[in-house]
Design a binder for this molecule. Structure first.
Ligand SMILES: [Zn+2]
Length: 303
């Protein structure tokens, strides 16, 4: 078997023409992984749609019901950034189910990678910045509540701060939140993660990787998690439309080798989500997202 990955055709739903969220990328990531032989079809797992009870382990019944029934008010819907549709509800809930499945697969196989996920700007009672339900938070909360794991480390290297996750787990000792992001980027009102590293705009590979090496290995050994959830957003890339950092493909590759490599070498199970990445060129963007899966596949082969 190759690296376990998680995908569902419902990860994609149509958006209005010209919408700046690159919705088709999820399917393109999946297609590239199979076409390039990074994974074979026998290691593709399909998630179930997340039940309301799962969503409500993190989100308020008022918010989750209103969104799922298309009853959010206009300003709440605008803050999310997507027009409401039945397809959007299905994709959102399926992606949450996908991250939970990825986490369970990581516990079984040592590593597993979703082809969606990383909606870290979602708070318990509102969505924001293309994020509706917080998949990382739901997966973490469900697994610790079930007692399957005692401690989870969320490593969020998307260029934007993981503000929703930081808020959700602010008083929950079972989940440690680490966010390394561009300090001058959205969200402009930051929350307090257990560890925040705010980077200046324009940072390039060498400084970025030095900063990661300065924090991550020590963090991993001090938190000593039973599971790592990794938001591997590629929006720190120099060509990203919404990022303000200046990493190259090689820099992202090395970043993922540090995170995944350290976890695997030290026996920490790790589940990855693709996180943010914004470009009009879907093929190029999707290919960039597959860096994480390529690094993961190589490490999985050596397990
Ligand atoms: Zn982002």
């Amino acid at each position: 078997m190759s690296l376990p990955i998680v995908y569902h055709p419902d990860y994609v739903t149509p958006l209005p023409e010209g919408h700046r969220f690159p919705m088709p990328k999820f399917k393109t990531v999946y297609d590239i992984l199979l076409a390039d032989g990074v994974v074979d079809s026998s290691s593709v797992f399909q998630p179930e749609i997340a039940a309301m009870a799962l969503l409500q382990s993190v989100h308020s019944p008022e918010y989750s019901n209103a969104f799922c029934n298309g009853q959010l008010d206009r300003s709440a819907q605008r803050r999310i950034g997507f027009p409401w549709s039945e397809g959007l509800v299905k994709r959102t809930r399926t992606a949450v189910g996908g991250t939970l499945l990825t986490a369970r697969l990581a516990l079984k196989y040592g590593i597993a990678c979703n082809t969606a996920g990383g909606t870290h700007h979602a708070f318990p009672d509102f969505g924001s910045g293309f994020c509706i339900f917080n998949d990382l938070a739901v997966a973490a909360r469900i697994l610790v509540d079930e007692g399957i794991v005692g401690k989870i480390l969320i490593v969020d290297l998307d260029v934007h701060q993981g503000d929703g996750s930081a808020y959700i787990f602010r008083d929950d000792e079972r989940v440690f939140t680490f966010s390394m992001h561009c300090g001058e980027n959205f969200p402009f009102k930051k929350q307090e993660s257990d560890l925040d590293v705010a980077l200046p705009s324009g940072m390039t590979d060498a400084e970025y990787l030095t900063s990661l090496e300065a924090h991550f290995p020590d963090l991993l050994s001090s938190v000593n998690p039973d599971l790592v959830l990794y938001d591997a957003g590629v929006d720190p890339h120099k060509d990203d439309q919404l990022g303000k950092l200046a990493l190259s493909d090689e820099g992202l590759w090395q970043r993922d080798e540090i995170v995944l490599g350290r976890c695997i070498a030290n026996g920490f199970p790790i589940a990855t989500v693709i996180g943010g990445g914004y470009s009009k060129n879907i093929e190029e963007l999707a290919r960039r997202h597959t860096i994480t899966h390529r690094v993961g596949a190589e490490l999985y082969r050596r397990l």
